[in-house]
Design a binder for this molecule. Sequence first.
Ligand SMILES: *Cc1c(COP(=O)(O)O)cnc(C)c1O
Length: 237
Amino acid sequence: MTDNHAHIVENIRTVRKNMDAVLQGRQNATLVAVSKYKPADDIKAAYEGADQKHFGENYVQELVEKSEILPRDIAWHFIGNLQSNKCKVVAAIPNLYAVETIESSKKADSLNKACIQVSRESKINVFVQINTSGEESKSGAEPSACVEIAKHIVDNCPQLNLLGLMTIGAPDRDGSEGENPDFVCLRECKSKVEQAIPGLSLELSMGMSADYQEALAAGSTNIRVGSTIFGSRPPKQ
Ligand SMILES: *Cc1c(COP(=O)(O)O)cnc(C)c1O
């Protein structure tokens, strides 16, 4: 094992320890190792050395290439912007576990239709992405639209399984203003959706390298951690 790969394994163990320290057995949370821009070898090291199963990717082409050469029991999370014309390619990945970035009913329809077109055997878990910080630059639905989109998925998209809500949040929260408003907002959306759809229990995908512990304390059940595990990435092209 290379030094870099040994570090990746160690970093995952550290993140898991930190998760346990916050959760103390109160609830379970999924650690999604975000591997965008990182070579398949790095993912393999995490998979083999730390038994890591959930990985997140932002770009369709990268996800397709990696999923073809990496073990079939990896649970892939697509966490990037999903264009309608890419839904079929994504739906055809058999071990795609979840699409975390459904931001409209229309996008849900596209993905649902794509599943039928490619004769996908299993449902795709989806998270509705909410723009909790109200920034123009962030994708995601308005918080006020969460119930409508959730209902649409449950009622009209039989190939999709509504698993939860997701937010990216503002990058510059410093923690001095009390609980992170993005986390509070996503939790409020979850309550509204669960009230509107009896029997539904939603996950919360929130928290990244800088704030995953805070996110877990705020109720996150799915954290997306990239640079803390795999090291820094080249700047966005
Ligand atoms: C890149 C990315 C992450 C991981 O970010 P880090 O700060 O490196 O942990 C998480 N979520 C989304 C949606 C991302 O695009």
